[in-house]
Every structure is written in structure tokens, then in C-alpha cells.
Design a protein around this ligand. Structure first.
Ligand SMILES: Cc1ncc(COP(=O)(O)O)c(C=O)c1O
Length: 449
């Protein structure tokens, strides 16, 4: 972990309100129709988040593009919603490209950042009309050049830099000798210095700019400050070596945080940390398009997972509440110990007979999933309310739109829950069917004799 772990900006809100876009009555009706577990998505929240992120950087001197990192949630319904906002799509695999093409998004609005960077992969990407590619290694860049020659186009090529700054985040992507990007000068061909040199003299690839991604759920923004200072120094050095060196696009990656357990700074507060530096960069090195990537922030608050309490047991002042969800549909609860805010939605009469109030939460309530696995216990958020946690009632998990649906897995022969979207006109519509045991059996080869 980085030593510099102080949160720089104190968030103004004491706590973030939960997005209860579905009323308890809506939840009851939808569960009656689709059962539990059930994901609910709110389209208006998606649009609101896109606007909020765009607004946060509106004081930047040049054009600003917000790119949705579809790895966070590749639901076609969500992709189509963001197409209405004119977002760019940040893709990282041919599978994601397939989804974007099926949704008929404009390839002009795609930035492709691969980890594998294979020649055939790049051929397919270029043939699809995508022109903005981020390369993360020297070999990857040469593969792109090969593909460009084959397809007969000259893609706009950005270099993914690993600024090697300490990042205090739930998921870190910038650290010394890390997997992502190249250092400024690593002493081998896998360095930004050598890659700029190649690009400045290449007829196959056109140098477009730089990209870095520091991590996810970042609340200490000093890593951006350090990374931008390093970028500034590097760009000054490159300009001295290549008089026609010009950055057209500068992409500062993702990381905008989301409320789970503790209040987090808003995108505006985050932007405030680095807008002065970004504007200085534009003044010193010429105006560029600023790209902001985001997965988590754009989708997390749009979604609720509704589960049903199927069992409870009590001993030694501990109450174990078992729901029909599990980490197979909310992986980060186990992987990152993510504290999704939870709330009981009462459906059965769970009034305490003496007080007339909902059964108060036991002193030590443990919310457990349905899997036969030790890690299948959901950490409670400070915002969670477990009063009324009795069999038959529902438990809603909030802010689950990012990195959950995409991780659905069949551990213990579990099926995928349906996804229902509340459209901007207020109507609910099924956007993903749930799967059945029979489908899973066939998928696993059960029909192959
Ligand atoms: C290159 C890149 N950009 C953007 C993101 C999105 O990050 P976040 O969801 O924190 O906004 C990721 C996440 O892994 C990423 O790898």
C-alpha cells in the first residue's frame, strides 16, 4: 500500500443518499413477476451520471470526451442508453467490440486499449472502423503497425504510460514493474521514450497522445497530481527532441469513486484537484482533447440487486441472515470486501410485538449468501439497515451496477438472474432474461453424449 494515504479533499456530503428509484411496491410487483434474485437498473441515473462527469471537467480549455469503460457493465441496454448521451466507449477485447458493433455504436466513438495486443486482434479492430488505439507495449505497437499495413489505414496511436506513482485505491493499476502500460524510460524498448521515437517516424501509425489509468475507486487524488507532473516533464523532453511533437488526445483513465461505505468526493471535487494542472499542460504543450474514462461511477448507482431472505438463525447475540443471492452474482463483496449498502424491504409482517416497530437488527447481524463457501458473507455498509431481517422479506443491495452483472458465474450450478430496466419514461422492461438450470446443463456440455 502507498504511504501517502491521506484523503486530500473532505467530501461535503456526510453520507450519500441511496438511489431508491424503485419503490417498495415496485419491488414487490417486479419480484412477483420475475422472482429473486433480480437486478433493477435505472436509465435516468445513467444519463445523470454521464452529465455529471462531463460537467465536472467543463472548465478544461479544450474539448472533453467521457468514455464509458464497458468492462464495468456490458449490458446492451446500458450501452444503448449511453449512446444517447454521445459517450465514447472504452473497449479492451474483441468481445466488447462485438457488443458495441451489435449495438450499432459509431466506431469513431471508440477507444481500444488491449492487454493482449495480438496482430489478428488489431486487424479485426481496424476493419471494424475503430481508429483510436492505445498501445501498451513495444510488441503491441509493432503488431498494430502490421495490422495497419494489412488493412491500409493509419490509426491514431496513443501510448499507455505507467507513471509509476503510488495510488491509494481499492484497485491499483499503476505500480512499479506493473502489468499495464510502459514506463517513461525503462531502459528497454518497452518505454514511452522509445515508442514515441518510433511513432514520430512511422508512416503506418500516427502519434495521437498518451493514456494512463491509475486505478479504480480513487479517493486520494494526489496520484493524479504526481502523474500529471511526470507527464509534463516527459512531454517537455519529447518536444525538445521532436519539434513537431504534438499531443492531440490525453486520456487520464478511470477511477472516479462511488459511495459504498464511506462518503466519497464528487467528480467536481475530483476534477478540481487536477483541472489547474491539465489547463497548464494545455497551455504549455498545446490544447488537446481531454478524455475521462469511467466504468464504476457511470453505472454503479444505477442498479439494485433484490434478494429474498430464505433463512435466519441466532446464537450468542449473533443473527445469521441467509439470502438467495451470493458472491456468484456480487463477486466484489468477496473479492474486494466491497460493502454494498443493504436495506430490508418488508413484505411479511415482521413487526416487533411489544414496540410495533420492525424487528430491530440484532446486535451482530451477518448477511450471508446461499453458497456453501466461507467467503459468501456480505460485508455490511455503514449505510446498511438490517432491521426487519426476517424470512420472506427482501434485501436490496444498492450501487451494484459496476463489476457485478459482468461477473455472474455458475458456481454451485447457479443461474443468471434477470435484469429489468426502468426506462426514462418510468416503465419497467426486461432487458436480460434469467437463465435456467436446463440452459446451464446444456452450456456445460450436458447434451453431448
Ligand atoms: C484502462 C481502464 N480505463 C478505465 C477503467 C475504469 O475504471 P473505473 O471503473 O474505476 O472508472 C479501467 C478499469 O479497470 C481500465 O482498466
Amino acid at each position: 500500500m502507498a504511504e501517502n494515504t491521506q484523503v486530500q479533499l473532505v467530501p461535503k456530503q456526510a453520507s450519500a443518499p441511496l438511489n431508491r428509484f424503485a419503490t417498495p411496491l415496485d419491488v414487490k410487483n417486479l419480484v412477483a413477476q420475475y422472482g429473486t434474485p433480480l437486478y433493477l437498473v435505472d436509465e435516468d441515473t445513467l444519463h445523470a451520471k454521464a452529465r455529471e462527469l462531463q460537467r465536472a471537467y467543463s472548465k478544461f480549455k479544450g474539448p472533453v470526451k467521457v468514455a464509458y469503460s464497458i468492462k464495468a457493465n456490458f449490458s446492451p441496454a446500458i450501452v444503448r442508453a449511453f449512446m444517447k448521451d454521445g459517450l465514447t466507449f472504452d473497449l479492451t477485447s474483441l468481445g466488447e467490440l462485438h457488443f458495441i458493433r451489435q449495438c450499432k455504436a459509431d466506431p469513431e466513438n471508440v477507444i481500444y486499449t488491449s492487454v493482449t495486443e495480438e496482430p489478428e486482434e488489431y486487424v479485426e479492430v481496424l476493419r471494424s472502423g475503430v481508429r483510436r488505439i492505445v498501445v501498451s507495449s513495444h510488441k503491441g505497437m509493432m503488431n498494430l503497425a502490421l495490422a495497419a499495413g494489412k488493412v491500409g489505414v493509419r490509426p491514431l496511436t496513443m501510448i499507455r504510460v505507467n507513471p509509476e506513482v503510488a495510488t491509494d485505491a481499492k484497485v491499483r493499476a499503476s505500480y512499479k514493474n506493473g502489468k499495464f502500460g510502459v514506463p517513461f524510460n525503462g531502459g528497454t524498448i518497452d518505454s514511452a521514450t522509445k515508442m514515441v521515437k518510433y511513432l514520430m517516424g512511422s508512416d503506418l501509425l500516427k502519434f495521437e497522445g498518451f493514456h494512463f489509468h491509475l486505478g479504480s475507486q480513487i479517493t486520494d487524488f494526489s496520484c493524479y497530481t504526481h502523474a500529471l507532473d511526470k507527464m509534463d516533464a516527459f512531454m517537455t523532453k519529447m518536444k525538445k527532441e521532436y519539434p513537431n511533437f504534438q499531443v492531440n488526445t490525453f486520456d487520464i483513465g478511470g477511477g472516479t469513486p462511488v459511495f459504498y461505505n464511506d462518503p466519497v468526493p464528487t467528480p467536481a471535487e475530483m476534477a478540481q484537484n487536477h483541472l489547474v494542472r491539465l489547463n497548464q499542460l494545455a497551455e504549455t504543450h498545446g490544447v488537446f482533447t481531454l478524455m475521462i474514462e469511467s466504468g464504476r461511477f457511470l453505472v454503479a448507482e444505477s442498479s439494485i440487486l433484490v434478494s429474498r431472505i430464505v433463512n435466519t438463525k441466532e446464537y450468542n447475540e449473533h443473527k445469521i441472515v441467509i439470502v438467495d443471492a451470493g458472491y456468484h452474482i456480487l463477486l466484489d463483496a468477496a473479492l474486494l470486501k466491497q460493502e454494498y449498502p443493504q436495506e430490508v424491504i418488508p413484505v411479511v409482517d415482521s413487526q416487533d410485538r411489544t414496540t410495533g416497530l420492525a424487528t430491530p437488527a440484532a446486535k451482530n447481524t451477518h448477511l450471508a449468501g446461499r453458497l456453501c463457501d466461507t467467503y459468501d458473507v456480505f460485508p455490511l455498509s455503514k449505510a446498511s439497515d438490517m432491521s426487519g431481517a426476517d424470512v420472506g422479506n427482501y434485501v436490496s443491495f444498492y450501487n451494484v451496477g459496476a463489476y457485478s452483472v459482468v461477473f455472474n458465474m455458475p458456481f454451485h450450478c447457479q443461474t443468471k438472474p434477470p435484469v429489468v430496466m426502468k426506462d426514462s419514461d418510468g416503465k419497467y422492461r426486461l432487458v436480460r432474461k434469467g437463465t435456467t438450470y436446463e440452459q446451464l446443463f446444456v452450456e456445460e456440455g450436458g447434451d453431448i453424449a
